[in-house]
Design a protein around this ligand. Structure first.
Ligand code: SR1
Ligand code: MG
Length: 378
């Protein structure tokens, strides 16, 4: 019989005590389940006497946001822990340390990042992160280049792709990003004042064609091992540090999907400035910070990815004159398309973003939502 069961807080403490070198043998230990995401349990274990702490993340066999009627494979926990370990090797310092993984319990024990803040909340609170573009472009350039056919052995890449096959989580993305917002799906959820906007999305044939092309890329283009869900809720930040978490959606897909996720969430935050900025001058300053960050992320990513390619590119054919420019242009086009699709889904689909949903005034919220839809569809 499988030993899997959702852990109690006491069991989480017992497991944490068994991790060498983190908690002292004596001294009280506290535990709190703090998971506020859509899918998993997250236990925060602390030892007040030493200040030591760690996180235990456990997958549930269903999507927590919907309930047991939406079963999900526990293998995503293996994928998450293996991807975190790989990312730690490829992009050191930009992910939490993994202390232990138990695939039978669908459990990953990792570094506590409480000294950081989730970037979405940090931005809502008015934070600015001057090193973020540098860090996230580094993370994406290294993790994406070194898992692509450009930067790793192409036979080993095929084997890696097999071990990161992630059908359940890909299906969530295929449905929630590349299908449901454009049809009358039960999972969709939007404010009543957006009924006409949602209806327009359902009847826009030109938009449907673009979304079909993006969906095809998501389904078929095994360019690199993606994070797969790289929104600002999957990133911890301080002004000096960036740590990417939650790669449970990882699979071999199109590189622009990861870059587009980061940019989309910065642009959703841009749209939310209808509320979070107090006046026109601060709104303009805040928006200028966000658009500069968007520009810097692409520019730095482009520069770093090309540099890795020029230094480590193993494939002779891919050094053909003009190929690199063609490849990077296609990445930029994909990035823009995926960013757009990701903005639209957060307004009319299942699972929204706090930047927009927490705007209290329905008229201001509607303005932010419509701006998000306008940017996304454009
Ligand atoms: C049912 S899961 C809904 C969303 O949460 C995750 O963070 C992904 O973005 C997914 O689409
Ligand atoms: Mg997540």
């Amino acid at each position: 019989m499988s030993p899997y069961h959702p852990l109690t807080e006491q069991e989480a403490i017992d497991i944490a005590r068994g991790i060498p070198g983190v908690l002292a043998a004596d001294g009280d230990v506290t535990c709190r389940e703090i998971g506020d995401g859509n899918l998993n349990l997250v236990f925060h274990v602390r030892q007040p006497s030493t200040g030591a702490s760690l996180i235990l993340k456990q997958a549930l066999p269903y999507a927590k946001v919907v309930g047991e009627s939406w079963p999900l494979s526990l293998d995503r926990a293996r994928i998450e822990s293996e991807k975190l370990i790989l990312e730690g090797k490829l992009a050191p310092g930009l992910v939490p340390k993994v202390y232990h993984a138990d695939h039978e319990l669908a459990l990953t024990v990792m570094e506590d990042l409480s000294s950081h803040v989730i970037m979405r909340q940090g931005l809502i609170d008015g934070g600015a992160y001057p090193l973020f573009a540098e860090h996230i472009s580094d993370f994406m350039a290294k993790t994406l280049f070194f898992t692509s056919d450009l930067g790793m052995n192409q036979q080993e890449k095929k084997l890696l792709a097999r071990s990161f096959a992630n059908p359940d989580l890909c299906k969530i993305t295929e449905d929630l990003i590349f299908d449901h917002p454009y049809t009358d799906a039960d999972t969709n959820s939007f404010d009543p004042h957006l009924a006409e906007d949602a209806k327009r999305l359902r009847s826009d044939g030109a938009l449907h064609l673009e979304v079909a092309l993006l969906r095809e890329k998501f389904l078929t283009r095994a360019q690199a091992l993606l994070h797969g869900d790289l929104h600002t809720g999957s990133i911890f930040v301080t002004e000096q540090s960036t740590k990417v978490i939650d790669p449970e959606f990882s699979y071999y897909g199109p590189i622009g999907f990861d870059i587009g996720a980061v940019l989309a969430n910065l642009l959703l935050h841009y749209a939310s400035q209808e509320h979070w900025s107090a006046d026109a001058a601060s709104r303009e300053a805040r928006r200028s910070y966000l658009t500069s960050t968007v520009r810097d992320i692409w520019t730095l990513f482009d520069r770093k990815f090309r540099a890795l390619w020029n230094e480590h590119g193993a494939d002779r054919v891919f050094r053909t004159a003009g190929y690199q420019d063609d490849y990077m242009l296609r990445l930029l086009q994909d990035t823009a398309g995926f960013a757009g699709a990701k903005m639209v889904r957060r307004i009319v689909g299942l699972a929204h973003v706090a930047d927009i949903d927490k705007i209290p005034d329905p008229n201001v919220r509607a303005a932010a939502q419509r701006l998000s839809l306008a940017i996304g569809t454009a």
